[in-house]
Design a protein around this ligand. Sequence first.
Ligand code: FE2
Length: 386
Amino acid sequence: MVPIVTTPRLMAVGGGALAELPDILRHLGLSRPLVVTDPYIARCGILERATALLDSAPIRWSVFSDTVPDPTTAVVETGARHLAEGGFDSLVAIGGGSSIDTAKAMSVLAANGGQMRDYKVPAEIPKAGAPIVAVPTTAGTGSEVTRFSVITDTATDEKMLIAGLACCPLAAIVDYELTLSMPLRLTADTGLDSLTHAIEAYVSRRANPFTDGLAKNAMGLIARHIRTACAEPGNRPAREAMMLGATTAGMAFSNASVCLVHGMSRPIGAFFHVPHGLSNAMLLPEITAFSVPAALERYADCARAMGVAEEDEGSQAAVARLLDELRALNHDLKVPTPRAWGIDAARYHDLLPVMASQALGSGSPANNPRVPTHDEIIELYRRVYG
Ligand SMILES: [Fe+2]
């Protein structure tokens, strides 16, 4: 089957791109945005810069600044009511993946009614809602260009995957200058998330020639700059590379899907509130080792794209270097095991059957080069615990 590729209609990419916000809204015929953000962005000056630009246009705006990390159905429902009642024609999401995912879910819920869980994958979203202009302030989730949103069900603690054209922003403003003040931990976690997106998009059973190029480009950028971006927060070339890497990785996995790492990562995040990129990183080396036998050449390509293996090096040797590099990255960027992060052993082991069922239920493991059974997922969770 020919891949159907989804991307935003307009993108402004580069340092200072935020200034394009009023023009982008105008080009798209949008004049009454609800700005969706979190309390930190509302405080740190970024929201103020964005609203000053809107004021100077002039464009009338309102703000919903109650988004939370690991966005919940409760917050989405409040936001959707706000959106439906305020006469808005668009959403401007400013923040990390959580704010952008919240805006997507608000748009879906306000347009279609019902409850968020009605739209959980594999459900289809009947109609697209208010269009979204996404402005990422982290270099990680790629949510500014993806057709996915991840929302935690307040009732069950499940991280639900919501997918469809209705979730793809109409426009993205990708301005690396907004990431210059990100602290080390956030830079590392979000950067490792985008590296995981690129690798998973490349080895996915749904990869295609369009996504392959984007994924390899992203891997090269992220692998070569992530340590510098963490060590030198103000290093502009490193920040720019990480932002481009995150967005291109987002375009890749939005159209090729993620695989087993993300499938297993969501339950860890939902039950133990481990930041998304961190739980991916906890899993990435072991899941890669598990998956390599089914896609040796693809993983060898990843090593070459990341610059840790020579172009003419044999695939077996290249894959060994990839595994070494993934473990070294976790060491250098101080990624703990679930045990070292403080997750209680008894609770973790009790929850493994539920976590494995949720991982399989998300559909992501079915895209993995080696598709695991329920028991194999439990065994992998045991192996990474530490
Ligand atoms: Fe992710």
